[in-house]
Structure formats: C-alpha cells, structure tokens
Ligand binder design. Sequence first.
Ligand SMILES: [Zn+2]
Length: 372
Amino acid sequence: MLNQKRIVDNFIEMVKISSPSKKERKMADYLTKVLNGLGLEVSEDDAGEVQGGNCGNIIGILKSNSKNKETILLSAHMDTVVPCEVINPIIKNDIIKTDGTSVLGGDDKAGIAAILELLKVIKEDKISHPTLLVVFSIAEEIGLLGANVFDIEKYNVSYGLVLDNPDNPGKAVVKASALAQGKLKITGKAAHAGIEPEKGINALVVAAKAIGFLRLGKVDFETTANLGTINGGEAYNIVLPELVISYEARSQSKEKLDILLEETFDIFEKYCKESGATFEHDVKLVANTFALNESEEVIQKMKKISKKMSLPYEGLKSSGLSDANIYSAKGIPTINLAVGMSKIHTVEEFIAIKDLSLSAEFLIEFVKDLED
Ligand SMILES: [Zn+2]
C-alpha cells in the first residue's frame, strides 16, 4: 500500500539534489539507480548531447505483467528553475517549503515522487499493469528541450500522463497554448555620437518606432506577447549600432499565433528598411497547441478516478507549457496532471504532504483501473 512517510522521505531526498536545467546529471544518476532497483529496464537517450546538457532523458520500461499489452506514458521533468544551488527543505505541519533562499523544486520532483511511489507499490503488492514507459526529462523549464528530442514514436504509446501542473490533484490540463520564442535583432550603424551622429543608424531608435505598433501584453482572451529582455549599446558617445530583444508569444490558437508573429516581423522589417537598418530573428515554435477531446480515453479514465477518489475533476486550459504539449502534438493524447505545488518558480514555493500522497494514490488507482 501507499506509504506516506516513504513518499515524504523520498521527496525530501530528491529536492536536496540540485538539478538546474541542463545540469541534471546527479538527479539522472539517482533515478537510474532507483528505477533499476525497482526492476525497470533503464536507459538514457542522447538529449543531453543534442541540447547541450550534462545528461539525457532517463527512460524506464516496466513491461506488462497482464493481458493489457498497451503502453502508457508516465512523465515528469528532472530540472528545476533557479535558485536551486543548495536547497534546505523544512517540514512544518502538513507543508514542505524551503528556508527562503531557494526554490523547493517540487516542480517537478512532486511528479517524480508520485511516479516512484506507484512503482514501489506495484512491486510490493504485485499489482498487474500494462507496460509503463517512465520518462524523466531534462530542460523542461527552458523550452521543453528534453521532451522535444525524445523519440517517443518508437514506444507505441497509447496515451500519456505528465505530472507537472500546480493546481489541485484531480484536475488536469487538457488544452494548452502554443508558444514561440526567440531573439529579434536590429542592426544599425555605429558612428561618433558627437562628431558625426548623422552617419550612424541608432538601432534603439529604430526599434522604438516599431515597438509602438506591436500588439503586446494580453493581445486577446487567448493570446499574449512579451518583450522580455533588451541588450545593446557600447558607450555614451557611440550611436547604438545593434540591439537584441528577446520576444515570446503564446496563443490557444496556432492560427492567431502565426498571424501575430508575421505582423510583428513585418513591423520590424518596415521600420528597419525605412531607416537603413536590417532586421533578423530566430523566433521558433517551442511547442504547438494541444486540445484533447472530452471523449479521449485518457480523459474518461481521469474523470472516473477523480470521481472514485471524490476529487473534483476539471479539464484545465493553460497558457503555460509542459512536456504534454510535445507528446500531444506528436499524436499521443497526453494530459498534464495537477500535483498540488504552490508558488512555483519562487523561493516561497511549497507543497502539502497531503497532495504528495494524493498524486501517488491517484496514479495507483489509475493503474489498477486499467486492469478492471
Ligand atoms: Zn514544471
């Protein structure tokens, strides 16, 4: 049976392992050992080499021991946002938080803890199950980099559960935005700002003209756009020759996103051309939208288990992203389960012990139900 103390101990042990994006090696080695011990066939793919990290995605396969020969994906990401150099978790009543100097990293170690507890209970209680494909991905927080290059097609997966949403257990993201991100570069021309400024082209002045015409912020009820960072300039007395702006846009509608991107690039092109500057960008689609149908098997099963556990099911629409975007876009219906983390991406992040247990219990009930 589910063991709450074991989940908490395991969670505390894992959050203490520092694993910023692209530096998940220690976490990967830890999980490889644990999965091996639980009888899974474990491997590591080449995502680290491809994406420039120090380890790849960790993949564990637990072969079916029943008539159900389907393969179900269970996934969570190993990386956390910063600061996460040293993490001192503190348990107070039912809450696990940090000393305020780092994030907790429950995003997404709460998801990993639930999956590991499921595997331990399966082994102990000899629960029958279909084939479980366990994937612990790298670099989710910096653009779903691990999931993006994970070769999921070769595993013949029926559907997937990603455990990586901060809402309350029982809920799941079934619709999510598409996201495009990249740099916008305006190249003007340097000149002495005091002696002959007229010979220069100030990239910031050109950008300012263009930015005035952009649609930014909350573009409409399902679309947003942002200029996140701006870099450029050399000295007081040099006409600013080059400017690089990081840009992102999200929408629940891929069509709207495409239109917005085209419009944004056209505006920069126009004002650069007018001033003799040049415009380049490397904005790329990080993840496509996904919108699962209510009739999907995975949603039906999700609803059934939520009801059984008296948790209020809700199909969430999210403008945030998760590895579920990647898998769903590749044609494998994948939902992103809520695991109850709070104030994620801040040093005030915390999670309730009750939610850690509920997430594990949910997975156990889910797997048991697959055999009924
Ligand atoms: Zn996450």
